[in-house]
Design a binder for this molecule. Structure first.
Ligand code: 3HC
Length: 706
């Protein structure tokens, strides 16, 4: 049902104060009906002889979440934000914005154009447009800079920070903060301002914080971040706009910002980041789940294993205020695990990212034990021991005995069969995979893996739990490697073939870094250590699921480990190391030459474009198979997995989005050519062929001809 302008902004009068209530679900974004409603209601209040002051507030304890992101790229209807801002700025009656919940992006920009702002103490404000590949395009870069000065503006806008109302007051963005109902404070404040009389302040005309700015801060900021911002448009434009706020007259500065906003709006990185914004929210939704299924409340979590993963998961839980029982098999292991958790927290306190009081509170929520019966009252138990099926099954059999009925029994595995683990219990419906990424207290992705028998409640509960502990949950099906590692294997295999054909670890890593990954695959492998992968391969060889004599087998990784090169920790791996500094190693080059000779491969120069197309093409081809097999619910879930768990550059939107932007037809040509040349590992995914034949995208929507 479409919302009318009258409903989107309601009008009430309390004595002599008009109250404009923005009610535009779900988040009071600045959609066309809301903008139209604001213009009408401001006109009404201006004309209402009984009204001496105006308060603008959002319904449902939220102010305004910014521009309506769904409108981007579509023909714009209704009045512009600037029309509302001008009305508030020019009003003869004082306008007070009453902020509760969030005032973000265009929402804060709306409020900054009013002469006054009061906020509830729990409110958060910020200009997070950079996360969508945008800059504040409603005057935010100009008005905020004129209030807080360029240094603070650079920090807030480039980082897209949400700050508290108290911090906002300290910076001059908020006039008054209240613990009580913000509407009452706003009305009293507005009345006092009306009593005092105008003219009322216009932020855009302030010069005190921008006069005499040293222009070198802009140059320094651009230079210091050039590498980090590679491929992005918005951060550079943000610096330009903040500089414009310091050097141009108000109206010129606003015009400059408007133009820069349009440049960002048209950039492919904006489309990619907006795609990820919606993809992240979509990923939390479970297809086919009946509306009657409710997640179970999680009030206490048991964690088995105090190693790197277990400790990191425990930190994620207690950081979100959830009590944890941390279990280990031996006192030494428990002490070592807790020592690591404490040292991680000490680092956060030193860095200033957490206060000592916050750390004390978090540590106070961890109880340690060696006794399984202490897990009896946990709502969720996450097993996080090393990847060994026999041990995991033994643990699940014990959990089945001690855990209360209905408790969720989760395994943090990156590859093992969830159904086999569940078979160790008499309650497979309560068993599920929760694959965290290392370091688990930092990495955002939580890949939840449904077993064949996992119940809808169990699935819904771990998805909700992910959000509860600040993660981005994605639901995967049970297959080897699930979504993320299954695609990573395709990616790694192709990188290894490229090495045999003539690329080097450093040429591949450079191509991936230039594409936007924080680090190339071989540097990453060296950092994580090569022995674990080696042992896993040997296990698969022994089990008969991997054939080292197959023509497609790439033996370099084995040769490297067998030469005692375990990665950075042993001073050599794919690279050689002086401390953490990696340099290419002729010894690896010579191993590659030997392997190529044995396989009859003539090594050749391989350019960056081929490296990227081969590696990403292989990944996307596997992604399409994953999608076809329903291991992933939707293509965008794969993008979320890669953007939040594997360092895929967010400004490229994820591998499936990248493929769609490139053109699925073009990608299929590459896949087919590689299939003809390299054989079965490049067999085209049926889904890509179908999509290209029907000229549809991953979601089945028709692709418009260019
Ligand atoms: N426009 C359109 N829809 C939006 C939206 C927006 N700005 N913000 C959120 N939504 C939608 C979400 O897609 C979701 O829809 P769904 O239910 O169909 O999945 C719904 O609102 C609820 O969102 P969340 O699940 O994120 O709700 P939370 O309560 O967890 O978080 C929030 C609320 C903090 C406001 C969060 O939604 C958010 O950060 N929103 C984006 C804020 C933002 O980036 N604003 C800047 C926009 S760009 C801009 O303003 C340009 C300007 O400078 C001109």
């Amino acid at each position: 049902m479409s919302i009318t302008a009258e409903d989107a902004v309601r009008y009430d009068v309390r004595d002599d104060v008009a109250i404009l209530t923005i009610d535009f679900p779900p988040v009071n974004a600045l959609g066309a009906p809301m903008r139209e409603g604001m213009v009408q209601r401001l006109r009404q209040a201006e004309a209402d002889a009984a009204v001496r002051a105006i308060v603008v507030i959002g319904a449902n304890d939220r102010f305004v979440a910014g521009a309506d992101i769904r409108e981007f790229g579509k023909a714009k209807k209704g009045p512009e934000l600037v029309e509302i801002q001008t009305m508030m700025e020019e009003s003869r009656k004082p306008v007070v914005c009453a902020i509760d919940g969030h005032a973000l992006g265009g929402g804060l920009e709306l409020a900054l154009a009013a002469p006054f702002r009061v906020a509830a103490s729990r409110a958060k404000i910020g200009l997070p447009e950079v996360n969508l590949g945008l800059l504040p395009g409603g005057g935010g870069s100009q008005r905020l800079t004129r209030i807080v000065g360029p240094e603070v503006a650079l920090d807030l806008i480039l980082e897209g920070k949400h700050i508290s109302a108290a911090k906002g007051k300290e910076l001059g963005l908020i006039d008054e903060v209240t613990d009580g109902p913000v509407i009452d404070t706003a009305i009293a404040f507005a009345r006092a301002k009306a009593q005092h009389g105008g003219p009322f302040p216009k932020t855009i005309e302030r010069t005190d914080k921008v006069a005499g700015t040293d222009p070198s801060i802009f140059k320094t900021t651009r230079e210091a971040n050039a590498k980090k911002w590679q491929g992005m448009v918005a951060p550079f434009k943000i610096v330009d706009c903040i500089e414009a706020a310091c050097t141009l007259a108000p109206r010129e500065g606003l015009a400059f910002e408007k133009e820069a906003f349009q440049v960002c709006l048209q950039a492919p990185s904006r489309a990619a980041q907006v795609h990820l914004f919606f993809a992240e929210r979509q990923a939390a939704k479970i297809e086919g789940l009946s509306a009657s299924v409710e997640p179970k409340p999680i009030r206490k979590v048991g964690i088995i294993g105090a190693g790197t993963m277990g400790g990191g998961i425990a930190m994620s839980c207690v950081n979100a205020g959830l009590p944890v029982v941390l279990l280990e098999a031996a006192p030494d292991a428990l002490d070592a695990g807790m020592a690591k958790v404490k040292s991680n927290y000490e680092i956060s306190v030193k860095r200033g990212s957490r206060s000592q009081a916050q750390v004390d509170k978090a540590l106070g929520l961890i109880t340690t034990t060696l006794d399984y019966t202490d897990l009896a009252d946990c709502d969720l138990v996450i097993e996080a021991v090393f990847e060994n099926m026999a041990i995991k099954k033994e643990i699940f059999a014990k959990l089945d005995e001690v855990c209360k009925p209905g408790a969720i029994l989760a395994t943090n595995t990156s590859a093992l069969d969830i159904d086999e683990i569940a078979s160790a219990t008499k309650r497979p419906e309560d068993v599920i995979g929760t694959h965290f990424f290392s370091p688990a207290n930092v990495m955002k992705l939580l890949e939840n893996v449904r077993g064949t028998k996992s119940s809808p409640e169990t699935i819904a509960t771990v998805m909700a739990f992910g959000k509860q502990v600040g993660k981005v949950p994605v639901l995967a099906g049970n297959c080897e490697g699930f979504i993320g590692n299954r695609m990573l294997r395709a990616y790694g295999t192709e990188a290894e073939h490229l090495l045999e054909e003539g690329a080097t670890p450093s040429s591949i890593d450079k191509a991936l870094k230039d594409f936007g990954f924080p680090m190339g695959i071989f540097l990453m492998r060296d950092m994580s250590g090569l022995d674990v992968g080696y042992r896993m391969r040997q296990g698969r060889i022994e089990a008969g699921t991997l054939d080292p004599n197959a023509p497609d087998y790439t033996p370099l990784a084995d040769r490297i480990v067998e030469a005692g090169r375990l990665g950075q920790k042993s001073g050599a791996g794919y690279y050689k190391y002086e401390g953490r500094d990696a340099t290419p190693d002729p010894e690896v080059e010579s191993m590659l030459k030997t392997i190529a000779k044995k396989k009859g491969i003539t090594r050749r120069e391989i350019g960056e474009e081929e490296i990227v197309n081969r590696i990403l093409g292989a990944m996307v081809n596997e992604g399409a198979k994953i999608l076809d097999e329903r291991v992933a619910q939707r293509a965008s879930d794969i993008d979320v997995t890669y953007a939040f768990g594997y360092g895929f550059p967010k400004y490229r939107g994820g591998p499936m989005f990248w493929a769609q932007q490139k053109g699925l037809d073009k990608l299929l040509e590459i896949i087919r050519a590689n299939h003809a040349r390299y054989g079965d590992r490049w067999k085209p995914a049926k889904l890509i062929e179908e999509r290209v034949a029907s000229r549809t995208d991953w979601n089945g929507a028709t692709i418009e001809a260019a």
